[in-house]
Design a binder for this molecule. Structure first.
Ligand code: FAD
Ligand code: 2HG
Ligand code: ZN
Length: 462
């Protein structure tokens, strides 16, 4: 290690774990996006809050930018370090610290993977209900920094709803203890909520207290085959009217083709253009209501086939058809859209977007899926092998500009759950007004006066 800045960091914190190998810099310098070439200065792996504070103070003095890094499963480039930044990984801050049965609150360090949070909640007879396919690798700090959603937002809400408190080392190195598990607190601005979805631009989340809830009821999963896109929201309305749903997700035949090629099992003898995975409590009343909803959809021509899970193993198989999509598409370097509109706007928005993408992307394979019950669509555009990444991205950005206009007209969001990062930064205007973006810049300046925290992510400095 010869860089004079790193020598000064090492001198200040002799016990700090620092990585500078090319392989480590490549590994820690990127998330699941593949558009940027990783080029961090080094990777720091602090083991304590004190070390995180000391690193941030050093970074201010040395003028080195800091990229907070969790599991790097992000899909928006938020954890990318491509300009000589110091990556601060929470990988070693991975302990469950406390559980309070009266508050039903689990306190963990930021680097704890989501799946470990699930397991810890279960050990106490409770549940942490935010869940999605990256559970084994993503960190709770990253979940908070992106306000992650997932497959049960319909029933339980997204990460924001479950954060009882968090500790944040701000861009100036101060330690803030926010929320503190209080159910009620009207003492001014709730800074905890500024840290949620801040994507590492205000500071580093080092600890979180999570509200836990009753364990989920035993559930059943139903897979429905649909004849048309137009049927999607109508099927949702039929099911919602008859029973409480835990999840309502959709995908297309094109998505199914990729998950099957990736090892999942064929669900129906025939192919269908659209599919829905829905989950509900397996009590007799809910099951009867779900079957009645299915019958109604069949007789109204809204569904063409369906299967109800007969075991947990079959339920997992059906879930895999939806949850395996992202991994099955990764090799095509997809351009990802993660957009949302209000449910009431969805039918008109769906029709418009289908027409827009059909017109603008005749040459690319377009894969639709997502959390339709939350008004959240994931539309992945697959890069043809023969096309260079730059040309592919340029064409996708041209179309995203049109999509952003449409989102603005429909009052939607350019990022429902993955965050803005680098990928969606050019389109923030379609969801946030100029005044809001100016307010965000002001908030950043208050937390991070020297602009060292994840610069260039979400929005550019003024
Ligand atoms: P990272 O990728 O490491 O970082 C994400 C952002 O948070 C970056 O801006 C980073 O700087 C910042 N950050 C990380 N840790 C901290 C910290 N301690 N303090 C401050 N900032 C920090 N997302 C969903 O919302 N719903 C889904 O259903 C979903 N499914 C997915 C499925 C797959 C297969 C994959 C690969 C990803 C999926 N994601 C999903 C996206 C991703 O998993 C989430 O965004 C997740 O919350 C990121 O967590 P992470 O620890 O990997 O964060
Ligand atoms: C999901 O819902 C994730 O599966 C990933 O949010 C979406 O890969 C995507 O575009
Ligand atoms: Zn999603």
């Amino acid at each position: 290690m010869t860089d004079h800045r790193l020598l000064s960091l090492q001198a200040e914190l002799p016990g700090l774990r620092l990585l500078t190998d090319a392989a480590d810099r490549e590994h820690y310098g990127r998330d699941w996006t593949r558009r940027w070439t990783p080029a961090p200065l080094a990777i720091a792996l602090p083991g304590s809050v004190d070390e995180v504070q000391a690193i941030v103070r050093w970074a201010n003095a040395a003028g080195v930018a800091v990229v907070p890094s969790g599991g790097r499963t992000g899909l928006s480039g938020g954890a990318v370090a491509a300009h000589g930044e110091l990556v601060v990984s929470t990988a070693r801050m991975n302990r469950v610290l406390d559980f309070d049965p009266i508050d039903r609150c689990l306190t963990v360090q930021a680097g704890v993977p989501l799946q470990r949070v699930h397991e810890a909640a279960q050990q106490h007879g409770l549940q942490y209900p935010v869940d999605f396919a990256a559970r084994g690798s993503c960190s709770i700090g990253g979940n908070i920094a992106t306000n992650a959603g997932g497959i049960r937002v319909l029933r339980y809400g997204n990460t924001r709803q479950w954060i009882a408190g968090l500790k944040l080392v701000t861009g100036s190195g101060a330690l803030l203890d926010l929320g503190r598990g209080l159910v009620k607190d009207s003492s001014g601005y709730d800074l905890r909520h500024l840290a949620i979805a801040s994507e590492g631009t205000l500071g580093i989340i080092v600890e979180a207290s999570l509200w836990l809830t009753e364990p989920p009821p035993p559930t059943k999963v139903m897979l429905l085959a649909l004849p048309s896109f137009e049927a999607l929201m109508q099927v949702f309305a039929v099911f919602q009217a008859r029973l409480a749903l835990q999840a309502f997700e959709f995908f297309t035949e094109v998505a199914l083709k990729h998950v099957l090629a990736h090892g999942a099992q064929v669900p129906f003898a025939q192919q269908h253009p659209f599919y829905v995975v829905t989950e509900f409590a397996s009590d007799p009343a809910s099951e009867a209501a779900a079957l009645a909803a299915f019958e109604q959809c069949l007789s109204d021509g809204l569904a063409s086939d369906g299967v109800l899970s007969a075991s947990d193993a079959q339920a997992a198989q059906l879930w895999r058809l939806r949850e395996g999509i992202t991994e099955s598409l990764a090799k095509y370097l997809p351009y990802k859209n993660d957009i949302s509109v209000r449910l009431s706007a969805m039918p008109a928005f769906l029709a418009e977007t289908q027409a827009l993408l059909g017109h603008e992307y005749p040459q690319f394979e377009v894969v639709w899926f997502g959390h339709i019950g939350d008004g959240n669509l994931h539309i992945n555009i697959l890069k043809p092998d023969a096309l260079a990444l730059e040309a592919f991205v340029a064409d996708c950005e041209r179309v995203t500009r049109l999509l952003a206009d449409s989102l603005q007209r429909h009052g939607g969001s350019i990022s429902a759950e993955h965050g803005i990062g680098l990928v969606k930064k050019p389109y923030l205007w379609c969801t946030r007004s100029a005044v809001e973006i100016a307010a965000m810049r002001g908030i950043k300046a208050a937390f991070d006066p020297n602009g060292i925290m994840n610069p260039g992510k979400v929005f550019d400095a003024a």
